[in-house]
Design a binder for this molecule. Structure first.
Ligand code: ADP
Ligand code: MG
Length: 595
C-alpha cells in the first residue's frame, strides 16, 4: 500500500489554502485593506467593478515594499509581521500567516505597484495563477496599489458559487465598513463602478466614525457603554430598545480592533435585551473589546473571523451585565413615541391598616387592585372631589426634558384597556396591561436579588402537568423556592403549589404554573439558570398585572403612572411590545387632512 501518498505541488497547495482564505471578492478586499492598515496607511482607497469580481483595486499610502521583498510577498508563509510562533500571542497586526497574497495570486491575476517613501523608484510586479511574470522598476506614488482581476478564472467551481453582483458588492462594502469602524483615524474612499460610493474622512474619534458609518438614525438612538473587568475593557454603542433590526448583522464586535463573530458575545448582547425588545428583533451595537493579547487566541480561523477567549464566561458576563446596566440607567429619549412618565408630585404612602400589610405597602402600590386603591393619595382624591378629577396636575418639570405626567391630562380609558392622555406632544395612549407587567417584572427582579418572601396558600393546590414538564419542574424546585414559589412534585403528572410570592397575592396558582411550564418547555433544551429565572419572573408578572378589559378609576391610573415613572425599561413590556404610543398633533392633523 505504498506509493499513494504524494506531496502536493505548491500551486495546488496554494489553491487549497485560497479556498479557506479567499472565498469571494469580499475576502480579497478584506485581506488587502488589512494589509494596508498593517502597513501604517492613513489613506486607503478601494475601487470595485461588478461587485468586485471583475476587478478590485486597493491603494494605500503605507510603508511600501522594497524591491528585494516583492517576490516574497507571493510566497506562502512569507510575512514581515512575525518571526516566532510565540509572536502570534502578542500580535497587533491583522496579518501574520503570510497566506493572503499567495492565495489571492493563485486564483487571480495580481498587479502590484509599490514604493517606499525614500526610494527613488518603485516596483511593479505581475502575477498570474501563482506565477510571477515580471518584477520591474517603475515610477509610482509612495505606498502600495494592488489591482486584482480575473478572479477565480482558473477555478470555475468557485466562480459558480458567487452570488449576484449586488450581493457580492454589498459583502465587499460590509468588509470595508467593519475595518472603517475600527479605524477612525484612517481615511477611506470607496468607488463602485467608477462612482464614489462611500467616503469617510479621518474622524477624530470612534463616535464620529460610528455615526458616519452606521448612520444618523443609529446615533440618535444609541447609548454609550463603557466598562472594565480585570484586564478586559469594553466600550462602544448600543441601540435603545426602540431601535431594532430584523437580524443580528448590526451587532458588530471588535476584539483588539479585529472584527469577529462570536456566538457567546452575541448571546450576551441578546440576553441583555431579552425582555426589552420583541422576540425575533435584534438590537444594533458596535462593541470594542480590548484584552491583553495573551488572553485571546486569534489563530483559530483562517480568515481570523473567530477568536478564542481564555475566559469566555467572564467576557460573556462583562458584555451582558454592562449592556443591561446601560439600558436600565440610560435617560429616555423624548423624541420617540414612548414617553417617560413622571408624576411631579410624589404621593404619600398609604396609611397602614393592618400590620401584615406592611411589606405590601413598602413594596408600594400596584401589586393588587386592593393595594392600588390604597396607594392613592388623599391629595389626588380631594382634587377629584373638587371636580378636577381628570386633571393630573400640569407643569413641565423644571429643567428636565422628560414629558412629565404632571404635564398631561388624563382623558379616560378606552376599550377598558388603553389609558388616553392629552400630552404636550400629542395624544398619548398607554396599554395598561403592558405598563403594569413591566412595573411588576422590574420589582420582582429587584426583590429577587435576595430571596422573594413567600406566603403559604390556605389550601395547597394540585396542578397537573405532562411528564416532560414535570422533569423541568423537578430541576427547578430550588430556583422556584428562591423566587417565592413553593412547589413540590406530586406523583408522576402533577405538582402541588404550597406558597406564592407574598408580593403577588392575587395570582392563581394554576394559571401561573401552567405559564411557567409552557415557558420552560419552549426550547428543546433546559434553559440556563438566568434564563429560567427570567422566564419564571415574566410568567409571574404577566399573571399578576392588571388585565386588559379592566375598568380603572382615575386614581388607579395615577398610581399606575407614578409607578411606571420609577420603573426602568418603561418603554416596552417584557415581551418587547410598546407600553405607550404617542400620536403627535401633526400626525392627527394629517389624518384629518388639515395639513
Ligand atoms: P500577512 O499579512 O499575513 O503577513 P500577506 O500574504 O497578506 O501576509 O502579505 C505578505 C506580506 O506582504 C506582508 O507581511 C507584508 O510585508 C507585505 N505586504 C502586503 N501588502 C502590503 C501593503 N499594502 N503594504 C506594505 N506591505 C505589504
Ligand atoms: Mg495580510
Amino acid at each position: 500500500m505504498s506509493g499513494h501518498i504524494v506531496i502536493l505541488s505548491e500551486d495546488i497547495a496554494n489553491k487549497i489554502a485560497a479556498g479557506e482564505v479567499v472565498e469571494r471578492p469580499a475576502s480579497i478586499v478584506k485581506e488587502l485593506v488589512e494589509n494596508s492598515i498593517d502597513a501604517g496607511a492613513d489613506d486607503i482607497r478601494v475601487e470595485l467593478e461588478k461587485g468586485g469580481y471583475q476587478s478590485i483595486l486597493v491603494m494605500d499610502n503605507g510603508s511600501g515594499i522594497e524591491r528585494e521583498d516583492v517576490a516574497l510577498v507571493f510566497e506562502r508563509h512569507a510575512t514581515s509581521k512575525i518571526h516566532d510562533f510565540a509572536d502570534i500571542y502578542n500580535i497587533s497586526s491583522f496579518g501574520f500567516r503570510g497566506e493572503a497574497m499567495p492565495s489571492i495570486a493563485s486564483v487571480a491575476h495580481v498587479e502590484l505597484l509599490t514604493r517606499r517613501k525614500d526610494d527613488p523608484a518603485g516596483t511593479k510586479a505581475s502575477v498570474t495563477a501563482g506565477i510571477i511574470k515580471e518584477i520591474v522598476p517603475i515610477g509610482c506614488p509612495a505606498g502600495t496599489q494592488i489591482f486584482v482581476t480575473k478572479i477565480f478564472e482558473n477555478v470555475p467551481a468557485r466562480r459558480k458559487f458567487l452570488k449576484t453582483e449586488a450581493t457580492e458588492q454589498s459583502l465587499c462594502i460590509d468588509a470595508i465598513t467593519r475595518l472603517a469602524l475600527a479605524h477612525p483615524e484612517i481615511r477611506f474612499k470607496v468607488m463602485v463602478n467608477g462612482r464614489e460610493f462611500f467616503a469617510a474622512p479621518a474622524a477624530k474619534d470612534t463616535n464620529e466614525r460610528i455615526s458616519m458609518v452606521m448612520g444618523a438614525d443609529f446615533s440618535a438612538h444609541s447609548i454609550s457603554v463603557n466598562a472594565q473587568k480585570n484586564n478586559a475593557v469594553l466600550a462602544g454603542f448600543i441601540s435603545r430598545p426602540e431601535f431594532t433590526r430584523s437580524n443580528s448583522k448590526n451587532i458588530f464586535l471588535f476584539v483588539n480592533k479585529r472584527f469577529v463573530r462570536d456566538n457567546s458575545v452575541t448571546h450576551a448582547v441578546m440576553s441583555a435585551y431579552r425582555q426589552i425588545i420583541e422576540a425575533r428583533r435584534y438590537p444594533a451595537a458596535v462593541l470594542f473589546l480590548d484584552l491583553p493579547p495573551a488572553d485571546v487566541d486569534v489563530n483559530v480561523h483562517p480568515a481570523k473571523m473567530e477568536v478564542r477567549f481564555k475566559d469566555s464566561r467572564s467576557i460573556h458576563d462583562l458584555v451582558s451585565q454592562t449592556i443591561a446596566q446601560s439600558l436600565a440607567t440610560a435617560p429616555t429619549d423624548k423624541g420617540n413615541f414612548a414617553y417617560r412618565l413622571t408624576m411631579r408630585e410624589k404621593m404619600p404612602a398609604p396609611a397602614l391598616r393592618h400590620p401584615q400589610e406592611k411589606f405590601l405597602s413598602d413594596s408600594s402600590g400596584l401589586f393588587s387592585r386592593q393595594n392600588m386603591q390604597q396607594a392613592i393619595s388623599a391629595d389626588l382624591l380631594s382634587r377629584s372631589v373638587a371636580g378636577k378629577e381628570k386633571q393630573l396636575n400640569i407643569a413641565e418639570s423644571a429643567g428636565s426634558k422628560d414629558v412629565s405626567f404632571a404635564n398631561a391630562r388624563y382623558l379616560g380609558q378606552f376599550a377598558d384597556t388603553y389609558l388616553v392622555f392629552a400630552g404636550p406632544d400629542g395624544l398619548l395612549v398607554i396599554d395598561q396591561h403592558a405598563a403594569h407587567e413591566r412595573i411588576i417584572l422590574e420589582r420582582l427582579k429587584k426583590s429577587s436579588a435576595q430571596r422573594i418572601i413567600s406566603q403559604p396558600l390556605l389550601l395547597p393546590e394540585v396542578v397537573s402537568l405532562n411528564p416532560g414538564q414535570i422533569n423541568l419542574f423537578a430541576g427547578s424546585i430550588d430556583l422556584l423556592q428562591e423566587l417565592g414559589l413553593e412547589v413540590e412534585i406530586f406523583g408522576r403528572d402533577a405538582v402541588v403549589v404550597k406558597a406564592l410570592p407574598a408580593i403577588l397575592p392575587n395570582i392563581q396558582p394554576r394559571e401561573v404554573i401552567a405559564d411557567i411550564a409552557d415557558q420552560l418547555s419552549e426550547q428543546n433544551q433546559m434553559p440556563d439558570l438566568l434564563e429560567r429565572k427570567e422566564k419564571i419572573l415574566a410568567a409571574l408578572a404577566c399573571r399578576a398585572a392588571i388585565k386588559a378589559n379592566t375598568v380603572l378609576s382615575a386614581a388607579e391610573v395615577a398610581a399606575l403612572c407614578r409607578d411606571l415613572e420609577e420603573t426602568p425599561y418603561n418603554l416596552t413590556c417584557p415581551h418587547g411590545r410598546p407600553v405607550s404610543v404617542n400620536f403627535s398633533l401633526s400626525e392627527i392633523e394629517r389624518i384629518f387632512k388639515r395639513k
